[in-house]
Design a protein around this ligand. Sequence first.
Ligand SMILES: *Cc1c(COP(=O)(O)O)cnc(C)c1O
Length: 211
Amino acid sequence: MNPSNYLKIKNQIPSNVNILAVSKGFKSQEIKTIQNIGQNDFGESKFQEAFEKQLKLKDLKQIKWHFIGRIQSNKVRKIVQNFKYIHSVDSFEKLQKISRISCEEKKNPFIMLQVKLSDDPSKGGFRPELLVSKWSQIQELKNITLKGLMTINPRGLSSKENSELFKKCRSLADSLQLQDCSMGMSGDWEEAIDSGSTWLRLGSLIFGDRS
Ligand SMILES: *Cc1c(COP(=O)(O)O)cnc(C)c1O
């Protein structure tokens, strides 16, 4: 891992676009190195792996943890207790559960709702029509702060196809008056910026290849 990669990217992106450093598969020491040069938002996709790093890094109070992985129902409480942001809320039922548990835990996590904009069977998320039809019920849920939408594009798309899906996500977020779009990874972050991303989720581009 090479800190200058991080600084190079940081200097290329507009100031209204945030970097989420996706540290899954990397060690707490590597998180520390990046945190030391000014990165405070870190994303993890597996609860247990994340929790071990959170314990090791608990003295670094500036770190904000983001959960970006598939949410198992039996892990909701732990996720709510230990993460400020949840990017990967992929169904109304899970959102209801997060809301109920956040009330019990006196938390108020920042939420991104994952949307499914293509037919990729490996990706979950709200279908746009469903999201729109449930929107008034979603807005009534307590102890969650709806920040935006999240999407993961299928692999292997052309640059133009990536942009089209990202723009769909942006316009859906705009129509719901949501500020954030969590979109763009190491392979498609430039298209994501051009399409209105506010959170790039970057793993390998910052940390190097995962073994
Ligand atoms: C792993 C992961 C990323 C980062 O992927 P890279 O290609 O390493 O940048 C972003 N988002 C999600 C949901 C991930 O699981």
